[in-house]
Design a protein. Structure first.
Ligand code: C5P
Length: 432
């Protein structure tokens, strides 16, 4: 699979750089060729000599190394590869690429490449969860950069949390997946010089091989996502501002953790996640039917913003505007509560039923009451006041409420919220 593939490996400055040596060894064993760029910070952790000995090729360190420029300029270096891998990807390298900075060989090469880029982040947990890094992560994903990891665990700095670089074997697996993906879809890069900003590639972002693990291997997970549309007549409907991004991110993270995922989606503008069964629905009643059909499952996650009400009757024809007359009055009736009805089932109740609570005030208090009222096991509560930018945005601040209390997470990319939620579910299954 990797035979004769050309990998350009950028090694950033972090304690995890030692794992990159093992990655090179695995790549060489798989008969891939590896060229490496070692940043100046990276040279504090591994030496050019050990990197070049393992690559069996010279190592590039300096943008202004004229000999190398004559032999193989940085543009050529990035284009001759089949895939560019950044491991460890430091907060600095992520920030540089997200911001388009190019002031050394690594950042210049990343900006000049027309090939897929796979990053394996490694940094202190606070650096990873910092708003700036999470913003950069969102930007890089939107730009089509692929990610693997970071893993959660004890760190060299003595702290615990996400930030450890993925293990070399997992990075190798992500490299294989990224190359397979490229084989079916050639590089998605704007070729016209009249388009200065490359378009974000939803397909690339959807195929994100991030967070690969087997924490939910074989577990069936059903997820609702997006808004529902409640018809008024054949052309009009009642809707809400949900983008579906959080539910889609959870579906991706669950699939990457080995789960068998059914995503029941209201109408959204998102590409279907790879490796996930997607059932498209419109109304709350359709959504409930689809969820019931998708059971049994061990986990049900209700991330959809289901309309609370629908019109009592749907007009068979478009309701006409009558000049001078009053507008029609819409009689509304309550929709079924999908979350509560699944949580309170006797037959086929999933082991873990997780709801969301979008609140605009007293977020945690209201969410605690909601958890009990709906009979679910966990509630993911978030503040959706317009100022929070959560609805439709890429970041989310959530509190996880279960029967033992409240766990508050910092403001994170929705992808990272999804990843943590899936990892928490994995821990739950391991412990119960
Ligand atoms: O009652 P509220 O809409 O705030 O509850 C939010 C939670 O309940 C979310 O998990 C949402 O997906 C779910 N819900 C549902 N069916 C409804 C209303 C909400 O599944 N009709």
């Amino acid at each position: 699979m990797l035979k004769d593939k050309r990998i350009l490996l950028i090694i950033g400055g972090g304690i995890a750089a030692y794992k990159s040596l093992e990655l090179i060894r695995l790549l060489r064993k798989a008969e891939a060729s590896v060229h490496a760029i070692l940043t100046s910070a990276g040279q504090h952790f591994v030496t050019p000599l050990s990197v070049s000995a393992l690559c069996e090729a010279r190592v590039f360190t300096d943008l202004f190394d004229l000999t190398a420029e004559a032999e193989m300029g940085h543009i050529e270096l990035s284009r001759a590869a089949d895939l560019v891998v950044v491991a460890p990807a430091t907060a600095d390298l992520m920030a540089k690429l997200a911001g388009g900075l190019a002031n050394d060989l690594a950042s210049t090469t990343l900006l000049a490449t027309d090939k897929a880029v796979l990053m394996a982040p490694a940094m202190n947990v606070r650096m990873w969860t910092h708003a700036a890094t999470q913003r950069n992560l969102v930007q890089l994903i939107a730009d089509g950069v692929l990610f693997v990891g970071p893993d959660e665990g004890p760190m060299a700095c003595g702290e615990y949390g996400p930030g450890r670089m993925a293990e070399p074997a997992d990075i190798l697996q992500a490299i294989t997946a990224a190359l397979a993906d490229e084989a079916v879809r050639p590089a998605l890069v704007a070729t016209s010089t009249t388009v200065p900003v490359p378009k974000p590639s939803p397909l690339r972002a959807e195929s994100l091989p991030a967070l690969t693990s087997d924490a939910l291997q074989g577990v069936r997970v059903v997820i609702t996502s997006g808004p529902t549309h409640e018809p008024i007549d054949p052309v009009r409907y009642i809707a809400n501002r949900s983008s579906g991004k959080q539910g889609y991110a959870i579906a991706r993270a669950a699939a990457a953790a080995g789960a068998e995922v059914t995503l029941i989606s209201g109408p959204v503008q998102l590409a279907p996640p790879a490796g996930v069964e997607v059932v498209q629905v419109e109304s709350a009643r359709d959504m409930l039917n689809a969820v019931e059909l998708a059971l049994p499952a061990q986990v049900f996650i209700a991330a959809a913003a289901v309309a609370d009400w629908r019109t009592a009757a749907t007009a068979g024809q478009k309701i006409k505007k009558v000049p001078g007359a009053r507008g029609p009055t819409l009689a509304l009736v309550e929709n079924p509560d999908i979350l509560a009805s699944i949580a309170k089932r006797r037959k086929d109740r999933p082991r873990l039923v997780i709801g969301f609570a979008a609140e605009t005030e007293e977020v945690v208090t209201h969410a605690k009451t909601k958890r009990v009222r709906k009979g679910c096991d966990w509630i993911v509560a978030n503040d959706v006041t317009p100022a929070s930018g959560v609805m439709g945005g890429d970041l989310n601040t959530v509190h996880i409420i279960d029967n033992s209390g409240v766990e508050s997470w910092p403001k994170l990319a929705k992808e990272e919220v999804a990843r943590r939620l899936i990892s928490r579910i994995g821990d739950y299954f391991a412990a119960h």
